[in-house]
Design a protein around this ligand. Structure first.
Ligand SMILES: [Zn+2]
Length: 242
């Protein structure tokens, strides 16, 4: 999970929320009825949420489509917080598996990507999510969402990590050859584009909108700095040949 800046509510939902708030003022016994909300309004909400989350699940950060179905997540469950049922600020873009796993669970220990910075609470070590705050909120959220217990989810995260690790390992091997050959010009020439591409790919995968971006950030932040230093050093040595 990572911090996401909320966009504006679709006008159609805003009007529905305002009508509902007015109705509740005169009759607090009314029941929310999200299921019956006009299809057009739900479509507007899906488009706005997808844009806000760039197609990634608010909790697991996996791309919702095509491997899962989009669910509109009510962070505070509508069954308990009916005043927030049509409030856009309570809605998130969510994959089916996270939506079902979380269900109607809610407590003040929980946090959403638009109200908190989740990276203050959750850190990925390898493909495993770990709680990093002393209050235990991160660990609590990980348990509620079963972020480490869902095999398919862990496998997807591991696949991305292994991909980058293998590329770093290949570059490390090539660097060994370059050093042994006393920084031969042709060898530097060959490896520079590979390092540049890897740096760009890692940086890109750390961005909002990329699947499991916080995991990539937590795992490769330091290695990225090292790769950048190596690139600069090799680039400098290359200029000495000119
Ligand atoms: Zn998810």
């Amino acid at each position: 999970m990572h911090k996401v800046v909320r966009n504006d509510s679709p006008g159609s939902l805003l009007r529905k929320h305002q009508e509902w708030t007015t109705l509740l003022k005169t009759n607090n016994n009314l029941k929310e009825d999200w299921e019956s909300v006009d299809k057009k309004i739900k479509e507007d909400v899906k488009i706005a949420l997808k844009d806000m989350y760039k197609g990634c699940c608010c909790y697991c950060e996996g791309k919702v489509e095509p491997t899962s179905y989009l669910h509109i997540e009510h962070f505070k469950p509508k069954s308990r917080y009916k005043e927030l049922c049509y409030d856009y600020n309570n809605l998130h873009y969510c994959c089916e598996r996270c939506n079902i796993t979380k269900g109607t669970k809610y407590s003040t220990k929980m946090f959403s990507p638009t109200t908190h910075d989740p990276e203050q609470f959750i850190k990925y070590i390898g493909e495993t999510a770990t709680g990093k705050d002393t209050t235990g909120r991160g660990a609590y959220m990980i348990r509620i969402l079963k972020l480490n217990e869902r095999r398919d989810l862990k496998d997807e995260r591991a696949k991305i990590l292994r991909g980058f690790e293998e590329r770093i390992s290949d570059i490390t091997d090539s660097l060994g050859i370059i050093v042994r050959n006393d920084y031969e010009k042709s060898n530097i020439d060959l490896i520079l584009p590979h390092i540049k591409r890897l740096i760009a790919n890692i940086e890109e995968h750390m961005q909002h909108g990329e699947s499991y971006c916080s995991m990539v950030k937590h795992n490769f932040c330091e290695q990225l700095k090292i790769l950048e230093e190596i690139y600069k050093e090799l680039e400098y040595k290359y200029t000495l040949y000119k």
